[in-house]
Design a protein around this ligand. Structure first.
Ligand SMILES: Cc1cc2nc3c(=O)[nH]c(=O)nc-3n(C[C@H](O)[C@H](O)[C@H](O)COP(=O)(O)OP(=O)(O)OC[C@H]3O[C@@H](n4cnc5c(N)ncnc54)[C@H](O)[C@@H]3O)c2cc1C
Length: 370
């Protein structure tokens, strides 16, 4: 299905973004016989966040046919979650009750790279270190990559994550629901053998998340709002470490670290929904680009893989029945329903907590009430 015309390479589908959502969408479409190109801006050589995978990831990886590749990465089993949320005593939730036995703590560079490798093995043309920088539609997508290559596609997939760069450049509107950020650093040389669980601890400015990673590493992350981060300069090493010292259980987890944490990095963790009223051009947003959720839900990566399945089915239908706009409408309305359900679940999470009369918690109380 692939032809080369005047140095422009033609594909059925071009996917921009090689995170879990983009790689899984490409893998499914290539596996169904379509010609697919996957463009990924990075080379998976920098740390990536989202390291704790819920037990529900197992059937999704099995459905993609990548379970053996996943196990070969040597992920750490995650036995459950402990949360210091609305009282000082940790509440424990075991993954043994889920039917899958455990969740997983992974190095996201390796995990995301593994999914891209699987997409390539299924026949996807994968370009790392390559961004999609321009797209126009004239009955076919005319696409320009950062390396100067030009591609055409019948269907375009925006899998660029929270930035939703492609969809927004096409005129879709991002509705933001909060200003959450994650300020994260890692410690190496930590004995994590007795620490294979996710710990969440609420503090006046937000909440801390700590989780072990393969290779005797612990990752720590302060989740707060962007304005609070700026006001207290929490992205700088010393204030971030002082803040950690104010916790009860979180700081104890990294007591055995043989070195200081890495310099903190700030990631947007804001929830948003990308809406595209009335646009029937053949493009779809998938994963965080379509709907980005609060990491408190622990559902980011499983959700990305689930929407990839829906996006692949919709894209396949657009390719085989180009005059039929119903699949696009159905896809968007399912994402809207997903968004409504998510907002109600998020309100429930924060309603359990509310332990501090501070802006971070008061904002969430107001959101839950509205
Ligand atoms: C602080 C934080 C903590 C989190 N913790 C968890 C967790 O513990 N568990 C969990 O399940 N989820 C967690 N998440 C959410 C999870 O990381 C995301 O839901 C998941 O990565 C979404 O996958 P995605 O493929 O949609 O987007 P991403 O993983 O963001 O991938 C998007 C990709 O697109 C690429 N890209 C961007 N623009 C372009 C372009 N123009 N051209 C080509 N490529 C481009 C980027 O380089 C990136 O690789 C967390 C998120 C944050 C912010």
């Amino acid at each position: 299905m692939l032809d080369v015309v005047d140095m422009v390479t033609a594909y059925d589908v071009v996917v921009a973004g090689g995170g879990p959502a983009g790689a899984a969408t490409a893998l499914r479409l290539a596996g169904s016989g379509f010609s697919v190109a996957l463009l990924e801006r990075s080379r998976f050589d920098r740390p990536r966040v989202g390291e704790t995978l819920a037990p529900s990831i197992q059937p999704l990886l099995q459905g993609l046919g990548v379970w053996e590749r996943f196990v070969a990465l040597g992920p750490l089993p995650s036995w459950g979650t402990r949360s210091i949320w609305s009282s000082t005593a940790p509440a424990a939730h075991s993954h043994l009750e889920t039917g899958y036995g455990s969740g997983w703590h992974v190095d996201r560079r390796l995990f995301d790279r593994m999914l891209c490798d699987a997409a390539a093995a299924a026949g996807t043309s994968v370009s790392l270190g390559t961004s999609l920088i321009d797209c126009r539609y004239d009955g076919r997508w005319q696409l320009t990559c950062s390396n100067g290559h030009r591609l055409t596609a019948r269907v375009l997939i925006d899998a660029t994550g929270r930035s939703a760069t492609i969809g927004r450049s096409l005129g879709a509107r991002r509705i933001a629901f909060d200003r959450l950020v994650g300020i994260t650093a890692q410690w190496s040389g930590v004995d994590v053998s007795a620490e294979q669980y996710l710990l969440i601890e609420s503090v006046p400015d937000g909440w801390w998340y700590t989780a072990p990673l393969p290779g005797h590493v612990m990752v720590g992350m302060l989740m707060t709002d962007a304005d609070i981060c700026r006001h207290h300069n929490l992205a700088a090493s010393a204030p971030w470490r002082n803040h950690l010292e104010s916790t009860t259980a979180t700081a104890l987890r990294v007591d055995s670290a043989t070195c200081l944490p890495t310099t903190p990095r700030v990631y947007s963790a804001a929830s948003h929904r990308l809406v595209r009223p009335g646009d029937i051009r053949p493009w779809l947003a998938v994963g965080d680009a379509a709907l980005a959720v609060d990491p408190i839900s622990g559902s980011g990566v499983p959700r990305a893989l689930r929407t990839a399945e829906a996006a692949a089915t919709t894209a396949a239908r657009l390719l085989t029945h180009p005059a039929d706009a119903i699949p696009l409408t159905t896809y968007e309305s399912t994402r809207n329903t997903e968004c409504t359900t998510y907002l109600s679940t998020r309100a429930d999470y924060y309603a359990i907590a509310l332990p501090h009369p501070t802006p971070f918690w008061t904002r969430r109380q107001l959101t839950a009430a509205s």
